[in-house]
Write a protein that binds this ligand. Structure first.
Ligand SMILES: Cc1cc2nc3c(=O)[nH]c(=O)nc-3n(C[C@H](O)[C@H](O)[C@H](O)COP(=O)(O)O)c2cc1C
Length: 196
């Protein structure tokens, strides 16, 4: 497969089975993260691997926090979280360190660099033939953020579930790029997708 076909064939999937990437593969996958564009070289991205051997303890703390009345999660969401965290072969919590002193680089730019780093991780996972899904959702309550160590100045950016794709999965149809790209001809542009 050519490099461009490789990029065009990536898709997200939460239907994952064992095995997960090996430690060596994970090291390379995370090394791809730090190749992301990074204004001011602030390295804002942070990754917390939640290893299989600590997953039961992690899940227990998630369940305890989600059952607190102040959070008011629907039972169906708790079940979904239990399923995702117990079944995913690999779980990585995503975060960033927000730097506001001695830099002119905005936190928005740091968020963009951190998101670009996650995208590199998704592509590196795909390069090794694995699948992944980035989720945020309402799970990041204060107890979960604190339990990970992602309280300020850090900011939580979600979780990555990583593993082997189920055979039946194929890439979904993609949108037409012409809808999202315009050529500037001296006047403000009108995107096709927004004028439909
Ligand atoms: C920052 C971010 C957060 C996301 N959070 C969720 C989520 O909480 N739940 C979910 O089902 N999908 C979530 N998604 C979407 C999936 O990760 C994925 O992008 C989507 O299913 C489309 O698949 P694709 O990557 O193949 O286009 C999120 C995506 C991004 C970029």
């Amino acid at each position: 497969m050519s490099n461009i076909d490789f990029l065009l064939s990536r898709f997200s999937s939460g239907a994952l089975k064992e095995p997960a990437p090996s430690d060596q593969q994970l090291h390379q996958i995370l090394s791809a993260a730090v190749c992301a564009p990074d204004h001011g070289k602030l390295r804002p991205w942070r990754f917390i691997v939640i290893p299989k051997q600590n997953r039961a303890e992690w899940l227990q703390s998630v369940e305890q926090s989600m059952q607190k009345p102040e959070y008011d999660y629907p039972a169906s969401y708790l079940q979904k979280v239990q399923h995702n965290f117990s079944c995913a072969p690999m779980v990585i919590a995503l975060g960033m360190r927000q730097i506001t002193e001695k830099t002119s680089v905005t936190v928005d730019e740091q968020l963009m660099a951190s998101s670009a780093a996650v995208m590199n991780v998704l592509n590196a996972v795909h390069a090794f033939g694995f699948g992944a899904k980035w989720v945020t959702g309402p799970i990041a309550n204060q107890d979960i953020v604190d339990g990970l160590g992602f309280q300020e100045p850090y900011r939580m950016l979600g979780f990555l579930f990583i593993g082997t794709l189920c055979e039946a999965e194929v890439a979904p149809p993609r949108v037409a790029i012409d809808d999202y790209v315009a050529i500037w001809n001296g006047k403000p542009v009108q995107f096709k997708v927004d004028s439909k």
